[in-house]
Design a protein around this ligand. Structure first.
Ligand code: PDD
Length: 279
């Protein structure tokens, strides 16, 4: 496996970052995950736009240009022979003596990327659907910034697994925000798709925006508003979206079957169309 670190392409075991890197000490870093299908990057421009927004919010300088970033992505796809999988990208504020105060500007951001081969299209959840449990959303209140502060999301997913479920949907003030690493949707009996509107409570998913555009092109009705667990239990179907899962059907929440307990037609249709457009 070839890993990129600050300009070098290195074998996995030689790719190293300092213990004083602020991502290690403070989770002071942002990241992106771009999927690869048939050796091609999916929605690369969207991921770059969001990366710039995350960096801007935290006042971290982009370490390389977008053209260089594209070259690095392509080289990692090629060198690691990725037909299907993901490219992970992380920009940290840099390496500095441990101090809560952001370091002076002469500290340079660190840039790390690696590739993961993974079967994404052929996913058992597409036939089976995911079981979800709801959990309080205890993340910080700037979930619109894609930081590497993922401990609560990781913990929540692990608690969901221990509970026999596949993932957790997070609830703030009685309403679902999103999944641990995906945006959350329900489909009402009349076919209306409901997903929480963009705000600081959720990540603006690149897949979300592409899938909602597909839905609108298909004349499906979309409501961007918060919804509750009760509303999800009573929905005709449910699903989630992310770069690594595309459109993932959800068939159960907190032990209640959604619809007839099988992945629904809206999720299936949107997944097919999104994959078609991404190939
Ligand atoms: N996660 N919400 C959260 C909290 C996420 O972490 C993600 C992505 C999404 C979906 O965004 P997108 O469609 O741009 O992937 C929503 C990535 C896949 C991850 O952490 O691995």
């Amino acid at each position: 496996q070839t890993v990129y670190v600050n300009g070098d392409y290195l074998p996995k075991d030689e790719a190293k970052i300092s213990v004083f890197d602020r991502a290690f000490l403070f989770a002071d870093a942002v990241y992106e995950v771009t999927s690869v299908i048939g050796g091609k990057l999916v929605d690369f421009a969207g991921h770059m736009a969001r990366l710039h927004r995350s960096l801007g919010e935290l006042d971290i300088e982009p370490p390389v240009s977008d053209d260089e970033m594209l070259d690095i992505h392509r080289r990692l796809v090629a060198e690691n022979a990725i037909e299907e999988g993901m490219i992970y990208l992380q920009v940290t504020r840099g390496t500095a003596d441990r101090d809560f105060l952001f370091p002076e500007k002469d500290v340079r951001p660190n840039l790390v990327l690696f590739a993961q081969a993974k079967s994404l299209i052929d996913n058992p959840f597409v036939e089976r659907g995911q079981k979800i449990v709801s959990m309080e959303d205890l993340r910080w209140r700037r979930c619109d910034i894609k930081t590497t502060q993922l401990l609560y999301a990781s913990w929540a997913k692990s608690l969901a697994h221990a509970d026999g479920a596949d993932d957790a949907w997070l609830v703030r003030d009685g309403f679902i925000t999103e999944g641990t690493s995906n945006n959350a949707y329900i489909v009402k009996e009349d076919g209306t798709i409901v997903t929480r509107q963009l705000s600081e409570d959720v990540l603006s998913g690149i897949t979300r925006s592409a899938v909602l555009e597909c839905a609108r092109q298909l004349q499906m009705k979309v409501e961007e508003r918060p919804f509750t667990v009760e509303e999800a239990k009573a929905a005709a179907e449910a699903f989630s979206t992310s770069a690594s899962s595309f459109v993932n059907p959800v068939v159960e929440i907190d032990g209640s079957t959604i619809g007839n307990g099988a992945p629904g037609p809206v999720a299936r249709r949107l997944r097919e169309i999104y994959l078609e457009k991404s190939r």
